[in-house]
Design a protein around this ligand. Structure first.
Ligand code: AMP
Length: 304
């Protein structure tokens, strides 16, 4: 709304009061249907998140950020413990990125009684069991549970409209939350945002801060392999997944988890025949690898 410092709320009642007030102000000022955009994050904000805020700012009257490191979506305690956290820096960045409100609840506020709660959780179904879900059991159930809660908490009152922004960096997450909104009839419009890369090609990620120069170099294997496949797709050549996998495995200590080419909506892998022929429609190359001490994911849309 303005250039002033983003407002911080740490409880459901506080954040709702602010949203209600802002929506009422917008209506009183003549905005018939105020547009409210939510950017859900786990903090440790970087320019990849910045792109979500930029799009949300351009498309909405009010921009809300949530910052919550969601324990339900971590399968490794070590990853959860070492996940970077700096609320003060994040608040400044949200303000810089043009956000109006920050919702940053504690774990106990989100999940009273945790770790024995919440008792009722959302299941991501089959889409949540492939790729990231196969390697990180329960990850997408955790994502769906927290996103459903955030939508319930932060959905603005009528006549406002609600949009939620997700990066293409997490392509499987984007496909799953889109499906969740549809399957559960949640009145929110999902807005995808393009993946942001460093000039080197590395996909920006909060976990990159744990990589040293050597690790950064190795991590580049992921985006290079994706570019290799993308170039093949543009030239109408067969897609050589084995060669792309080898490009990643060539780096010492890098453990490739998966590299697959799938349908962007259903995440179903393309068949051997589809890979051998020129692409008929867009496909999505998904990759994940351990580049110690972190596990990285990346993806690229392949266009015919
Ligand atoms: P996270 O804080 O990692 O949970 O990410 C919050 C949101 O930011 C998710 O929708 C991510 O997909 C998105 N995001 C993270 N990194 C990037 C990036 N490099 N480019 C685009 N979106 C991103």
């Amino acid at each position: 709304m303005t250039d002033q410092q983003a407002l911080l709320a740490t409880t459901t009642s506080a954040v709702r009061a602010i949203i209600d007030e802002k929506v009422a102000e917008l209506v009183a000022a003549g905005t018939a249907r105020p547009k409210v955009g939510l950017v859900p994050t786990m903090g440790a904000l970087h320019d990849g998140h910045g792109a979500l805020f930029e799009q949300a700012r351009a498309e909405n009257d009010l921009v809300i950020a949530s910052i919550f490191v969601n324990p339900l979506q971590f399968d490794q305690p070590e990853d959860y413990e070492h996940y970077p956290r700096d609320l003060e820096a994040d608040l400044e960045l949200v303000t810089e990125y043009g956000g109006d409100i920050v919702f940053a609840p504690s774990t106990q506020h989100m999940y009273p009684g945790f770790p024995d709660a919440p008792h009722i959780r959302v299941s991501a179904g089959q889409m949540g069991q492939m790729f990231e879900g196969a390697s990180r059991p329960g990850h997408f159930d955790g994502v769906c549970t927290v996103v459903a809660k955030l939508w319930n908490i932060l959905m603005p009152p009528p006549p406002a409209v609600f949009r939620s922004y997700f990066g293409r960096k997490d392509a499987q997450q984007l496909a799953i939350v889109t499906r969740m909104a549809k399957d559960l009839n949640i009145d929110v419009k999902i807005r995808p945002v393009e993946l942001v890369r460093a000039p080197s090609g590395l996909a920006l990620s909060s976990r990159n801060v744990r990589l040293d120069d050597h690790g950064m170099e190795k991590a580049l294997g992921l985006s290079k392999a994706l570019h290799f496949l993308s170039d093949q797709a543009t030239r109408g050549e067969p897609l050589d997944i084995s060669a792309a996998r080898d490009m990643i495995r060539a780096h010492e200590n890098v453990d490739l988890d998966y590299l697959e080419i799938v349908d962007p909506d259903t995440l179903t892998p393309l068949t051997e025949e589809q890979l051998a022929a020129p692409l008929e429609r867009e496909a999505l190359a998904l990759v994940a690898a351990w580049v110690p001490p972190v596990r990285l994911i990346d993806n690229m849309l392949l266009s015919p």
